[in-house]
Design a protein around this ligand. Structure first.
Ligand code: NDP
Ligand code: MG
Length: 382
């Protein structure tokens, strides 16, 4: 029986992963969430875990109370996340927390030679160099959960990586496909949270509407598959059926398709290399009839442009755009800035914060912090 742990079990990816775990009898040793103690306690009991971690320390007593009739040990804070990441006899840790906070536990799990199923893309964007280097050194596998990266990973099975010419990273285009900057001036939080194809957590849904998500995924793909920027073509594909594709030297293009349901890539990451029945519906191409493909609009969606510039500059710059975006999205969700200001703040952070080299985790955390401070200060002047 496979044994896993899940960081971010109460979120969109976390709850779908638990559905997959239930179907395939995967044992869950530990779960972690940020503040949703009620759901975490319910999950911890249902899956009879050994440890439950609530990040917000003030909520730990409530969790203890909810679990007082069990032997489940309660953890809290970053120490709690690191404790789970360091547990022995775990086949895989699913990291599905949202944001840069996932980086430290990812590195801890790798140092303890635990494979990672990675949904938390911010981890690879900010700390890709550290994560991939450490994974190589410790012989740890990183199984992508992000649908596009799972697709690319699947399209690479049985082929030689050295014969990959490029990858085609598909993008739904989000709710504002075809709009101009002028059209986007009056966008509300509700408009931006209305994704056409996927139901996801708030942060990634906003990232999808600004195309920051595709920028983050561009960087994520470079680290996961050891690619250069010029080997990645972003193609807008409104239907989200072709989840991405790989072109080989012989011009053969292998794509992975399926209905837009995250349970498919989650399950592939958790059960790799097995392909068992998945609690989703099969794809009917004739129901779709037609699939469309188009070039992205880099002028309107400046977050995408900023991400590609950041990874081309290298060093701490991807951590800078990611940190600036995390802060800007949080402010947008609170109603403190407009939709277009997200892209302006990310671009401004990229242009004004000095690039440093990354030698250790501190360098990444400092760059992240600088970017957040930059955005906070800049918003005060708006
Ligand atoms: P959600 O907002 O739905 O869930 C986030 C989860 O992380 C929640 O369980 C939350 O707990 C937990 N969390 C947040 N901060 C902490 C913390 N400091 N310590 C412990 N747990 C924490 O996000 P999603 O599930 O949508 O996304 C998760 C990640 O997966 C993101 O990086 C996203 O980009 C990526 N991803 C998501 C996809 C999707 O379809 N949803 C698709 C591809 C990638 P609480 O509930 O208590 O707040
Ligand atoms: Mg994706």
């Amino acid at each position: 029986m496979k044994v896993i742990t899940i960081l971010g079990s109460t979120g969109s990816i976390g709850t779908q992963a638990l559905e997959v775990a239930k179907k395939h009898n995967i044992k869950i040793k530990a779960l972690a969430a940020h503040s949703n103690v009620e759901l975490l306690a319910e999950q911890a009991k249902e899956f009879n875990v050994e440890y439950a971690c609530i990040y917000i320390e003030e909520k730990a007593n409530k969790l203890r109370q909810l679990l007082s009739d069990t032997d489940i040990k309660v953890l809290t804070g970053m120490e709690g996340l690191k404790f789970i990441a360091a547990l022995d006899n775990v086949d895989c840790m699913l990291n599905s927390v949202v944001g840069m906070v996932g980086l430290t536990p990812t590195l801890t799990a790798i140092e303890h030679e635990t494979d990672i199923a990675l949904a938390n893309k911010e981890t690879l964007v900010a700390g890709g160099e550290l994560v991939t280097k450490s994974a190589k050194e410790h012989g740890v596998n990183i199984y992508p959960v992000d649908s596009e990266h799972s697709a690319i990973f699947q399209c690479m099975q049985g082929n030689k990586k050295s014969q990959v010419r490029k990858i085609i990273l598909t993008a739904s285009g989000g709710p504002f496909y075809g709009k101009t900057k002028e059209d986007l001036k009056s966008v509300t939080v509700k408009d931006a949270l209305n994704h056409p194809n996927w139901s996801m957590g708030n942060k990634i849904t906003i990232d999808s509407s600004t195309l920051m998500n595709k920028g983050l995924e561009f960087i994520e793909a470079m680290w996961l598959f050891d690619l250069k920027p010029e080997q990645i073509e972003i193609v807008v594909h409104r239907e989200s059926v072709v989840h991405s594709a790989v072109e080989y030297n012989d011009c053969s293009v292998i794509a992975q398709m399926g209905v837009p349901d995250m349970k498919i890539p989650i399950q592939y990451a958790l059960l790799y290399p097995d392909r068992m029945e998945c609690p989703t519906k099969p794809l009917s191409l004739t129901d779709y009839g037609k699939l469309s493909f188009a070039k992205p609009d880099y002028q309107t969606f400046d977050c995408l442009t900023a991400c590609i510039k950041a990874i081309t500059l290298g060093g701490t710059m991807p951590a800078v755009v990611n940190g600036a975006n995390e802060e800007a999205v949080a402010e947008f969700l609170k109603g403190n800035i407009s939709f277009l200001q997200i892209g302006e703040l990310v671009t401004s952070a990229l242009e004004n914060i000095k690039k440093e080299e990354i030698t250790c985790l501190e360098d990444v955390l400092n760059a992240d912090n600088k970017a957040r401070m930059f955005v906070i200060e800049k918003i005060k002047t708006l």
